[in-house]
Design a protein around this ligand. Structure first.
Ligand code: GRF
Length: 198
């Protein structure tokens, strides 16, 4: 089994990132987070990186100039750290072609719904759960998938269902799903580590 080097891209609070760090620290994940990159210099994700002494960088179209330059800079930075798997943990930017060709099949994303339903451009955050409730779904869930050039579209690695309850509102449903997110992501990474073939 290979001990994987993880590079994480996150835009927000970073609770998914934290869940992976915790599992790794507990010795229950055969992976180390070696670099954390955020397009938001004030993100909780970067604060968590500092707290755990994990190298981190603020990289965005602002710091790199434009989308193409950011795409190339991200791929280079992750290569510099010899990353095996790129983990999107609430990363809101669209991925570029250089990243896709540098890490073919090696970039994962987590989405708080049962893709392919309730995914795609603009379907993120609380909007996902609002749409699920408006559609009258009886269940929702979480999906971990491989990232391809389209939003929330790559091959699905694992999904877990979460019930929608009578008195749910988007916030309650989001919180229930987030609990599952914090378990499934590390589980999938562990399984990939166990099955890893160079
Ligand atoms: C999660 O709901 C995840 O499904 C989505 O963005 C959110 C990230 O939350 N991609 P956090 O920043 O990890 O707390």
């Amino acid at each position: 089994m290979k001990r994987l080097k993880l590079g994480v891209l996150a835009s927000g609070g970073g609770t998914n990132l934290q869940a992976i760090i915790d599992r790794s620290i507990a010795g229950k994940l055969n992976a180390d987070m070696v670099v954390i990159i955020s397009n938001n210099s004030q993100s909780g994700a970067l604060k968590r990186a500092h707290k755990h002494n994990i190298d981190s960088f603020h990289m965005s179209t602002f710091t790199e100039g434009d989308e193409d330059a950011l795409d190339r800079a991200l791929a280079q930075k992750l290569k510099d750290y010899n990353v095996d798997l790129v983990i999107f943990a609430g990363y809101m930017k669209k991925i570029g072609p250089v990243m896709i060709e540098t890490f073919p099949g090696r970039i994962l994303n987590i989405h708080p719904a049962l893709l392919p339903k309730f995914g795609g451009k603009d379907m993120y955050g609380i909007r996902v759960h609002q749409a699920v409730l408006e559609a009258g779904e009886k269940e929702s869930g979480v999906t971990v998938h491989v990232v391809d050039p389209l939003y929330d579209h790559g091959s699905i690695l694992e999904q877990r269902k979460v019930p929608v309850l009578e008195d749910d509102n988007p916030e309650k449903l989001a919180a229930r799903i987030l609990v599952e997110e914090h378990k499934i992501y590390a589980d999938v990474i562990q399984r990939l580590a166990e099955e890893w073939k160079e």
